[in-house]
Write a protein that binds this ligand. Structure first.
Ligand code: HSE
Length: 406
């Protein structure tokens, strides 16, 4: 019998319990042993819940029970979740989690503790919800040098941008709709400012490169400045606007960024609409691969955790190791980050700014008569931001352009 303790009985935690109980036969067969939930740790009581008798409030009961083999951390937050995860691993109990914040902040340390205690720290559900992406990165691309990872990693913002694109609506309007539908939080900052996507691309890149890419080292820009005119310009460029997490290997250094990009309609990422996520992984031998599906949601996320539980059950007493090591990756600096930019500028500054950045293409739209849009030459981030500062009163907005190959 494999005993599981679930910490956090919210959306994801209750989904894990539901899957283990409803799919008991499948989970048991695949784990080669019966799997059952022994404890549910939460601050709250759940009167009338079918698993009410399993609810406890003291983590030490889990830590000190030798029968508990696997702990699910679905608590959210960082400090307590980290403390309990570490406590469980130090007792040789494997931990499976969807908590990207803890993985991005403490991943290398927790992986090392797992190695030293013959157990595993697995976090498939932390990126892309139910999309299998971390396991393939860890096990299927072992013959590859990962050159690039490009992802639509946040369902909430992809929903909002899709609505703006397809229905010509403004940011505030689609944000309110996303909140009413339960996609966006009342405080939507983590999604709309790109922090959620940043942690996900940090985790993906750490697995892809085998070195630690710390999320705080990634330039992160959100979608709050995007308005409906930007989509009119993007359409003239045969594209749309997507919030991307992107990382590239540039001569052994990592270029990583989270920002809105204009994505051409030739890119497979263009077709990813609504709350869906997609992650393109480019290996030096296999070329481009793409992983697509629902990046959030109770059962999709819980299903990824249950798959991790099965893996831990099959590898009881051993560590399922992972390519991510604690050595820090070297990051490229702003001089080496080169993109073409779509720029909107007031008419009177167009000549000077386009001269300064170089110009590939001028774009005008019918609804804007006091501004001009243009695509710049490929310029480095330091050069671009120098110009942005100099023309801060004249530059209305800017969006990087994703190379058409992706
Ligand atoms: N807020 C996230 C999203 C949830 O919208 O994708 C999954 O991490």
């Amino acid at each position: 019998m494999i005993s599981v303790a679930v910490m956090g009985y919210g959306t994801v935690g209750s989904g894990v319990v539901e899957i283990i109980e409803k799919n008991k036969k499948e989970v048991g067969e695949k784990s080669k042993d019966e799997v059952g939930v022994k404890y549910i740790l939460d601050l709250r009581e759940f009167p009338g819940d079918p698993y009410e008798d399993k609810v406890i409030h003291d983590f030490d009961i889990i830590a000190n029970d030798p029968e508990v083999d696997i702990v699910v951390e679905a608590m959210g937050g960082i400090d307590i979740a980290y403390k309990y995860t570490k406590g469980a691993l130090l007792k040789g109990k494997s931990v499976c989690t969807s908590n990207k914040a803890v993985v991005a902040e403490h991943g290398p340390e927790l992986l090392q503790i797992a190695r030293e205690n013959n157990c595993s720290y697995l976090f498939e559900a932390s990126v892309g919800g139910g999309i299998p992406i971390l396991r393939p990165l860890n096990t299927s691309f072992t013959g590859e040098h990962i050159e690039e990872i490009t992802g639509i990693l946040n369902g909430t913002t992809n929903y909002m941008l899709t609505k703006m694109d397809e229905e010509g609506r403004e940011y505030d309007d689609v944000l309110k709709e996303a909140q009413d539908k339960g996609y966006a939080e009342r405080n939507p900052e983590a999604d709309v400012c790109g922090h959620d996507a940043c942690r996900k691309i940090a985790i993906l890149t750490s697995l892809g490169s085998g070195k630690t890419v710390y999320y705080k080292d990634i330039r992160t820009e959100g979608i709050t400045q995007i308005d409906k005119k930007d989509f009119e310009y993007a359409k003239k460029l045969n594209g749309s606007i997507k919030l991307l997490g992107l990382s590239r290997d540039v001569d052994g250094k990592i270029l990583a960024i989270v920002a809105p990009f204009i994505v051409s309609d030739k890119s497979p990422l263009y077709a990813v609409r609504g709350v869906f996520n997609a992650i393109m992984v480019k290996g030096n031998m296999v070329g481009n691969t793409m992983f697509y599906g629902q990046g959030a949601g109770k059962l999709a996320t819980a299903s990824a955790i249950v798959a991790d539980i099965v893996d831990c059950a099959l590898n009881k007493g051993k560590t399922i190791d992972c390519t991510w090591k604690s050595e820090k990756a070297q990051m490229v600096d702003d001089r080496e980050k080169v993109f073409e930019y779509f720029v909107r500028v007031k008419k009177d500054a167009f000549a000077e700014l386009s001269e300064c950045l170089g110009i590939r293409e001028k774009i005008t739209i019918d609804t804007a008569d006091d501004e001009i849009g243009f695509v710049s030459a490929a310029v480095s981030e330091d050069k671009f931001f120098e110009a942005k500062d100099k023309y801060s009163n004249s530059m209305i907005n800017y969006i990087r352009i994703l190379d058409t190959e992706n």
